[in-house]
Design a protein around this ligand. Structure first.
Ligand code: 5GP
Length: 182
């Protein structure tokens, strides 16, 4: 049986990546797609693991050759999902999770009718800011960009099939597991 496609979005600082990493670690039924991006690699990131870090020219070639399932521009950089990895895994019966921002999620929603969309957020923008500042991976200017984008992203929440408010990490992890396995 073909696997199912899950889309997970949420503002920067919502905890979506950590939640998905924990799910994938625990279960062989779920794989996380590795995106391509033109954003510079952060110190703690590994090429081919967190992202495939590529140039803008390479990214444009992938678009031209129709090799991306979706793509979007976020805070000045391009991000996209390679279609081959997703298709290969779905065909092998594995469930694929994409952790992507809202513009890309909306492209998938209109293209893949049975994709299931989950939005992860916190109770307030102040809490998002606190979490982004605490992780210390972005300079202040980048944090301000991300907070601005977060405000817009929250407006797209209504298009998702389900929403998780991540106030308590362990509870959110349990909830997400239930939803993915339902
Ligand atoms: P970050 O720079 O923090 O790793 O990611 C910035 C945003 O881009 C996050 O919301 C992340 O989920 C999103 N993102 C990562 N990969 C993709 C992708 O392949 N497509 C789209 N549309 N967004 C992505």
């Amino acid at each position: 049986m073909r696997g199912k496609l899950f889309i997970i979005s949420g503002p920067s600082g919502s905890g979506k990546s950590c939640l998905v990493d924990d799910i994938v670690k625990e279960s062989d039924n779920f794989v996380r797609s590795v995106s391509v991006t033109t954003r510079p690699r952060r110190e703690n990131e590994i090429d081919g693991c967190h992202y495939h870090f590529i140039s803008e020219g390479e990214f444009k070639n992938l678009i031209k050759e129709d090799m991306l399932l979706e793509w979007a521009s976020y805070a000045g950089y391009l991000y996209g999902t390679p279609v081959k990895f997703v298709e290969d895994n779905l065909n092998r019966g594995r469930n694929v999770i994409l952790v992507i921002e809202t513009q890309g999620a909306m492209q998938i929603k209109s293209k893949v009718k049975d994709a299931f969309l989950i939005f992860i957020t916190t109770t307030s923008i102040d809490e998002l800011r606190r979490r982004i500042e605490k992780r210390g991976t972005e300079p202040q200017e980048e944090i301000e960009k991300r907070i601005k984008i977060a405000q817009k992203e929250l407006e797209s929440m209504k298009y998702y099939d389900c929403i998780i408010v991540n106030n308590n990490y362990n509870e959110s992890l349990l909830n997400l597991k239930k939803i993915l396995n339902a």
